[in-house]
Design a protein around this ligand. Structure first.
Ligand SMILES: [Zn+2]
Length: 354
């Protein structure tokens, strides 16, 4: 008996000793500090951004260095912080609206809840991508593929909100209205697949085809997703519906974000002067965050005025089906990202062996 206890005690002591040698992550003295930033010429071409000449984090540092680079001044800092701060602001506005307009988790509120979830997903994936991508070429591809998954999920989350809370009966009876939900899911997946394909296929300096592969599916997805809103803005009096000015603002913010996403302005006119502050991508993040905030305000207003009729109009079954389709789309996009990543990993291994 005592031998048994002794055996157990020595096993426990061994396990504790073992534990002590492992958690290097918890040992503060072993945490590495991020290396100083370097010039564009000192990182592989994959990481170089046009007209951004300095502020790059060196590749192949410890993963924790990239995590800690959250507090370092580098050319991705503001790309990370713009979306990192947008998350809490969005949650604060969510709670303010819950207090002011009311909210109950049921079939009628499912699309609104999914919209919030999809917004937080795209913000989190974007933060992860801009923070961690500099580790290696494989990490760069992995995190940006995941970023595209976030964008596709967000697009579909928005379309569910637009369809169930903001569409007019006459629009829902049109061909676009009838094909809207499957179309939005298909275009959401196509925009993820198009962006992954373009990223994997083309190398810097990027040809025009890369932009076409990215912009055509994402633009088609946006045109479809926003169609119920555009129809409503043109057919309903703005004074009757408090959500309409917010819907107009979400469209303006999105169009401005798309402009700064597509063109490297203002850094194109001031090469090397926007390395830390003022890059077009940072302005794109700001306008996209604003667009999400205006969407939240608009959709909450619409939810508050239509929540009593949503189940009656669409039926509980359609609401549940539409919402089950969200995780299904998310999984399809994750799968597409991983298939493309596997292809890229093979290519990178082939390149190293040469
Ligand atoms: Zn970004």
């Amino acid at each position: 008996m005592s031998g048994d206890i002794l055996q157990r005690l020595s096993a426990l002591t061994l396990s504790i000793k073992h534990l002590g040698s492992y958690p290097r992550f918890l040992d503060l003295s072993s945490i590495p500090s991020p290396g100083p930033t370097v010039a564009a010429s000192q990182v592989p071409s994959l990481f170089r951004e046009p007209y951004i000449l300095s502020g790059y984090r060196p590749v192949q540092q410890d993963w924790r260095c990239y995590l800690l680079s959250l507090f370092q001044r580098h050319n991705e800092s503001l790309n990370v912080w713009t979306h990192l701060l947008a998350g809490p602001v969005l949650l604060l506005r969510w709670w303010a609206n819950v207090d002011a307009l009311g909210y109950t988790l049921d079939a009628a509120s499912l699309p609104l809840t999914i919209f919030l979830g999809s917004s937080l997903i795209y913000l989190f994936f974007s933060v992860a991508a801009h923070l961690m991508q500099s580790h290696s070429e494989r990490a760069h591809y992995f995190f940006f593929f995941i970023d595209y998954v976030g964008v596709a999920s967000y697009q579909y989350g928005c379309s569910l909100g637009h369809y169930f809370y903001a569409s007019e009966p006459s629009w829902r009876e049109s061909y676009i209205g009838l094909l809207f939900l499957p179309g939005a899911a298909l275009f959401g997946w196509l925009s993820c697949a198009g962006c992954c394909f373009a990223k994997a296929r083309y190398r810097r300096p990027y040809p025009l085809q890369r932009k076409i592969c990215q912009l055509i599916p994402t633009s088609l997805a946006y045109l479809l997703d926003i169609s119920p809103i555009v129809h409503r803005l043109f057919t309903v009096s703005w004074t009757q519906e408090p959500s309409l000015p917010f819907h107009a603002l979400q469209i303006i913010s999105f169009l401005l974000s798309a402009l700064f996403f597509s063109c490297p302005i203002p850094e194109r006119f001031f090469p090397g002067h926007c390395d830390f502050v003022g890059q077009g991508h940072q302005i794109f993040h700001l306008f996209l965050s604003l667009c999400t905030l205006f969407q939240l305000e608009a959709l909450f207003q619409d939810y508050a005025s239509r929540r009593n009729t949503v189940v009656e109009v669409f039926g509980e079954r359609q609401l549940w089906w539409a919402c089950v389709s969200f995780p299904a789309l998310f999984l399809c996009c994750i799968l597409t990202a991983f298939v493309t990543l596997r292809h890229m990993t093979k290519q990178l291994q082939g390149k190293q062996e040469k």
